[in-house]
Design a protein around this ligand. Structure first.
Ligand SMILES: Cc1cc2nc3c(=O)[nH]c(=O)nc-3n(C[C@H](O)[C@H](O)[C@H](O)COP(=O)(O)OP(=O)(O)OC[C@H]3O[C@@H](n4cnc5c(N)ncnc54)[C@H](O)[C@@H]3O)c2cc1C
Length: 496
C-alpha cells in the first residue's frame, strides 16, 4: 500500500505548483524539501534586518487577466493570495556605446525609446515586437495545461483552432530567425540578443520564440509585479495553501534515492534512511540531479539524447548588498542590466544584473537602506581546485570588481555599503541543491525552438519531472506552467 498518492521531491515553485494543484483535487501529496524553507531559487534569507531574495526578483505571472498569469492562478487554486506592487519599468539597460534605455510597462512608451535610438528601424522594431504579441495572444486565450494529454489538446484545438495553429507555427522557431527577418541594424540585433540573454542566458539565435512571446509581451500586459514582503512569500503562501488542502511538507528531508522496481518508480529514500512509497513520484530537482544522482540505474537513452541537445548554463556570482538609501537617485528603477562591451555578453562575469526590490517594498530593509542584488554569470570551474583561503580572496576580489563597475551607474555605492554577502556557484550548488549551481539547461547549438524540451513524463514509469529542466524552461512563471502541466498529467493518470 502506498502511503501517499504523490511525492514531490523539492519545494521550488515548480514542485509547489504541482503539489498544490494536486492537493486542490483531493489527491494525497507529500513534498520533501532538503532545505529549511521552501522556494529554492525563489527563496529568501535574512541578515541584520535585511530580507534578501535568493535569486528571482523580476516576477511575471501576477497579472489579473488572461490565462498566462500562472502565479496568481496557482495561489487562487488553494485559496491564498499575495498583495503585489506594480513595477512601471521592467529593465533599465546600460549597454555599450551609451545605449541607455528603459523597457516601460507601457508598450508604446518602450517602442518610442527604441525609435529615438534607431529611427531607421522604426518599421522593423514594430513588426518584430508585434510578432511576439501574436505568440502571446495565442497562449493567452487558452488554459495552459499538459501538452502530453491528448483529450486536452483536442478540446483546446476545437475551442481555439487559430490560436493553436499559431503556436504550432512558432514552436520550432527561435527569436533570431524572426528578429533578422524584420531588423538589419547590427546594434539593434545585439540589443535583441541582450533582451533574450537576460532571462534565457543565450542570445536570440538560441532563444525559443514561444518563451520570448511570453516575456516580451506579458511585461506590457500583466506587467512585472513584486510580491509584498519579498519573493519568498510566493512559496510560503503556496505551502499555506497546500496544507489548507490536506497536503504535507517536510523540511530537512533530503531525498538520496528514487527507488525503482524494474523500470517503475515506487518510493523515495531520505538521507536519514526513512522510505516513503507513493503511486507517483515527481522530481523538482534538475534533470542532472535526478538522473545522475537520485536514480541508481543507468541514465535512460532519452535523457542521454536530451543531454546531447542541452548543456548546463553557468551559475551566478551574487552580491547581496545593504546600501545607504542616499546613494540611489530618486528616479532609480528596480531592475538594471549593464554591459560595457558586446564581446562580453556571454562571458564569465560579463553581463551584470541588478535588482533593488526595496524601491518597491521598503519593508525589506531597515529604514534609510536598500537591498541591492547584483549578479553575473559564473561557472563553477572558475571556483574549483583552490584552497579555502584562495576561495575567500577570489570572492572578495570578484566582488570588488563588480562594485567598481556598479559605481558607473550608482556613484558612491562603495562608500554607502552597509552589508555584503557574496555567493558563488558553490553557494548556489550547496543551498539550492542544483548540479554545479546551474541556472538551468541551455541549448548546445541552435535547436528547433522548444521542440526538444521534454514535458513532465519520463522514461521511468510513474516518475515525472517538473521545473526549469522541463518545458518551457527557466523563470518563475515558466516553472509554474510546468507545475500546472505536471499536475494535470498526473491527475489524469490517476483517474481524476
Ligand atoms: C540569481 C537568479 C536570479 C533569477 N532571477 C529571476 C527573475 O528575476 N525572474 C524569474 O522569473 N526567474 C528568475 N530566476 C530563475 C528562477 O528563480 C528559476 O527558474 C526557478 O525558481 C526554478 O524553479 P524550480 O521549481 O525549477 O526549482 P528550484 O528553485 O531549483 O527548486 C528546487 C527545490 O528542490 C529542492 N531539492 C533538490 N534536490 C532535492 C533532494 N534530493 N531532496 C529534497 N529536496 C531537493 C531544492 O532544495 C529546491 O528547494 C533566477 C534564478 C537565479 C538563480
Amino acid at each position: 500500500m502506498s502511503q501517499y498518492d504523490v511525492i514531490v521531491i523539492g519545494s521550488g515553485i515548480g514542485g509547489l505548483v504541482t503539489a498544490t494543484q494536486l492537493a486542490a483535487k483531493g489527491i494525497k501529496v507529500l513534498v520533501l524539501e532538503r532545505y529549511l524553507i521552501p522556494g529554492g531559487s525563489a527563496g529568501y534569507f535574512e541578515r541584520e534586518g535585511y530580507r534578501f531574495d535568493v535569486g528571482a526578483s523580476m516576477i511575471f505571472g501576477f497579472g489579473t487577466q488572461g490565462t498566462t498569469n500562472l502565479l496568481t492562478r496557482a495561489l487562487d487554486a488553494v485559496d491564498v493570495s499575495i498583495e503585489t506592487i506594480p513595477d512601471s519599468v521592467q529593465i533599465h539597460y546600460h549597454l555599450p556605446d551609451n545605449l541607455d534605455l528603459k523597457v516601460h510597462r507601457e508598450y508604446d512608451k518602450f517602442l518610442d525609446e527604441l525609435y529615438v535610438r534607431f529611427p531607421n528601424e522604426e518599421k522593423g522594431i514594430k513588426q518584430f515586437y508585434d510578432e511576439c504579441w501574436k505568440v502571446f495572444n495565442c497562449l493567452n486565450t487558452m488554459e495552459l495545461l499538459s501538452l502530453e494529454e491528448v483529450r486536452y489538446l483536442t478540446r483546446v484545438f476545437f475551442q481555439h483552432p487559430l490560436a493553436c495553429l499559431g503556436l504550432v507555427k512558432y514552436l520550432p522557431l527561435n527569436v533570431g530567425d524572426i528578429a533578422r527577418k524584420h531588423i538589419k541594424n547590427p546594434e539593434l540585433l545585439k540589443f535583441i540578443d541582450m533582451e533574450c540573454y537576460c532571462w534565457s542566458v543565450v542570445p536570440a539565435e538560441k532563444t525559443p520564440m514561444i518563451n520570448a512571446g511570453m516575456v516580451f509581451s506579458d511585461r506590457h500586459y500583466g506587467g512585472i509585479n513584486y510580491p509584498k514582503g519579498g519573493v519568498g512569500q510566493i512559496a510560503l503562501k503556496l505551502v499555506e495553501g497546500l496544507e489548507k488542502h490536506g497536503g504535507q511538507i517536510q523540511y530537512q528531508a533530503r531525498v538520496t534515492e528514487i527507488v525503482t522496481k524494474g523500470n517503475c518508480a515506487i518510493a523515495v529514500k531520505l538521507a536519514d534512511g526513512t522510505e516513503y512509497q507513493a503511486q507517483r513520484i515527481v522530481s523538482n530537482a534538475t534533470r542532472w540531479d535526478t538522473f545522475e544522482k537520485l536514480i541508481p540505474q543507468p541514465k535512460p537513452k532519452k535523457e542521454e539524447k536530451w543531454q546531447h541537445n542541452y548543456k548546463q548554463s553557468p551559475s551566478f556570482l551574487s552580491l547581496h548588498l545593504g546600501v545607504e538609501a542616499k546613494v540611489l537617485p530618486p528616479t532609480t528603477e528596480c531592475h538594471h542590466i549593464m554591459l560595457e562591451n558586446w564581446a562580453n555578453l556571454e562571458t564569465e562575469q560579463g553581463t551584470i544584473f541588478v535588482s533593488i526590490p526595496t524601491l518597491l517594498d521598503p519593508s525589506l530593509a531597515p529604514e534609510g537602506y536598500h537591498i541591492v542584488h547584483a549578479f553575473t554569470p559564473s561557472y563553477i570551474d572558475h571556483w574549483k581546485g583552490i584552497s579555502e583561503q584562495q576561495y575567500e580572496y577570489k570572492k572578495e576580489e570578484a566582488a570588488g570588481r563588480i562594485i567598481e563597475r556598479l559605481e558607473t551607474i550608482f556613484p558612491g555605492i562603495d562608500a554607502g555599503l552597509d552589508y555584503m554577502e557574496i555567493g558563488t556557484p558553490r553557494t548556489h550548488r550547496r543551498f539550492l541543491g542544483r548540479d554545479n549551481g546551474t541556472y538551468g539547461p541551455i541549448p548546445r547549438r541552435k535547436l528547433m525552438g522548444l521542440l526538444s524540451m521534454p514535458f513532465n513524463r519520463t522514461s521511468i514509469k510513474n516518475l515525472y519531472c517538473v521545473g526549469d529542466s522541463t518545458f518551457p524552461g527557466q523563470g518563475l512563471n515558466a516553472v509554474a506552467f510546468s507545475g500546472f502541466s505536471c499536475a494535470h498529467r498526473i491527475a489524469t493518470d490517476l483517474g481524476y
